[in-house]
Design a protein around this ligand. Structure first.
Ligand SMILES: C[S@@+](CC[C@H](N)C(=O)[O-])C[C@H]1O[C@@H](n2cnc3c(N)ncnc32)[C@H](O)[C@@H]1O
Length: 222
């Protein structure tokens, strides 16, 4: 694990000035883009697994789980629940399968694009007990606001999935923007620094911690 990660550099000094406009537009206009075949295949895999494991069990989602460390942690801490760790990178998920074999029975690592997966879950009426998005790519250039999850047209699906939502980031502006986006829908989120020396639950968390950076957490009940 490298301890040489640089703090996020951005040309933004605070919440993006277009945030409200962008989020309000997405809240008012549901995203109609067609689903890709791979979205439907990933959702079908998740549906079959969930039906087999027991659809009545609480469902937790670790979106952008990378090498799966946080998904394994979540599944072990919540044996009564079903946990899906989703990531678009087959390479990272393969590493996870190797590193944490045998995976807990209540964990599915799923290759999928979260934007498609979230929308299909909402369409099927799925509700989450917990949703975590840990260290999403920050897209720190101000021109890239729409690539951040709260600036993306899929944002209303994150809200509709419900549950306890937690995001973590080493770039506090990302979380301040999520907080502001949530407030536009009447949700009150808290932000706090992770306690120093807390056992890291993801590889990125460990890397940032080892580099002396502060990791931040946003929590909200949707
Ligand atoms: C910065 S890494 C963080 C990984 C992990 N959560 C951690 O903290 O170690 C961001 C992860 O999000 C995944 N990702 C980015 N966009 C995605 C998308 N649209 N759908 C699914 N995964 C995505 C990437 O493949 C990557 O594994």
């Amino acid at each position: 694990m490298y301890a040489n990660s640089r703090a996020v550099q951005s040309n933004q000094e605070g919440v993006h000035t277009d945030l409200e406009k962008v989020v309000v537009r997405h809240l008012a206009n549901p995203w109609q883009a067609p689903f890709a075949d791979h979205d439907r295949e990933a959702f079908a895999q998740a549906s079959q697994w969930r039906a087999k494991q027991g659809s009545e069990r609480p469902l937790m989602l670790d979106s952008g789980c990378g090498t799966g460390r946080s998904s394994v942690h979540l599944a072990r801490a919540n044996p009564q629940a079903l946990v899906i760790g989703a990531d678009q990178s087959a390479d990272r998920l393969t590493k996870a399968q190797r590193r944490f074999a045998p995976l807990p029975d209540n964990l599915l690592l799923l290759r999928s694009d979260c934007a498609g997966l979230w929308r299909l879950m909402v369409e099927a009426g799925w509700q989450l007990a917990r949703h975590q998005i840990l260290y999403p790519n920050p897209w720190p250039k101000s021109a890239h606001l729409k690539r951040r999850w709260h600036g993306h047209p899929v944002w209303p699906a994150v809200l509709a999935l419900g549950g306890e939502l937690e995001l973590r980031s080493n770039w506090p502006i990302y979380l301040q923007e999520v907080q502001a986006a949530l407030a536009l829908s009447g949700h009150v989120a808290s932000i706090e620094a992770l306690p120093e020396g807390q056992e890291p639950v993801t590889d990125f968390e460990e890397k940032y911690q080892a580099s002396g950076q502060v990791n931040w957490r946003l929590l909200v009940e949707l």
